[in-house]
Design a protein around this ligand. Structure first.
Ligand code: CMP
Length: 138
């Protein structure tokens, strides 16, 4: 399980037409896509998915943003996937993200930050299985 992570390309990425360029960065960095689809979350889905943040002051804003339009969800495979993917996407706040990272290149703000990456192997499994049935993972 340490070789998989889960990602979402958030509504801002689809609105701005950055799905292609971001997937190119992901695959060029050595991640293999083993599951991928486009979905639109309901409010219940978004609240469920981000339940760990429900006490945070930004929770309602986060939920409204995530339901604004479709997202792309995917499971990625690579050695050391969780850590390497978080390095590739950069800091949560694009203003603090390193040069060349996906959030530095494609995100505008901490609330609309283009992409999600799981923060642990355990959460990668939880998040991946929230979105994908076994027959959708290859
Ligand atoms: P993500 O990595 O998907 O996990 C939780 C999300 O909450 C995070 O990316 C941001 O999009 C959002 N978030 C985190 N901190 C803030 C904040 N201070 N204000 C608004 N949104 C935030």
């Amino acid at each position: 399980i340490t070789n998989k992570t889960f990602t979402m390309l958030k509504p801002d990425t689809l609105e701005k037409g950055y799905v292609g360029p971001i997937i190119e960065k992901i695959t060029a960095a050595g991640f293999k896509i083993i599951a991928m689809k486009m979905v639109r979350l309901s409010r219940a889905d978004a609240r469920d998915f981000y339940a760990i943040h429900k006490e945070k002051p930004f929770f309602d804003e986060l939920v409204e943003f995530m339901v604004r339009g479709p997202i792309v969800v995917a499971i990625l495979e690579k050695e050391n996937a969780v850590e390497d993917f978080r390095a590739l996407i950069g800091a949560t706040n694009p203003a603090e993200a390193a040069e060349g990272t996906i959030r530095k290149l494609f995100a505008d703000s901490i609330s609309e930050n283009a992409i999600h990456g799981s923060d642990s192997d355990e959460n990668a499994v939880i998040e991946g299985s929230y979105h994908f049935a076994g027959r959708e993972v290859f």
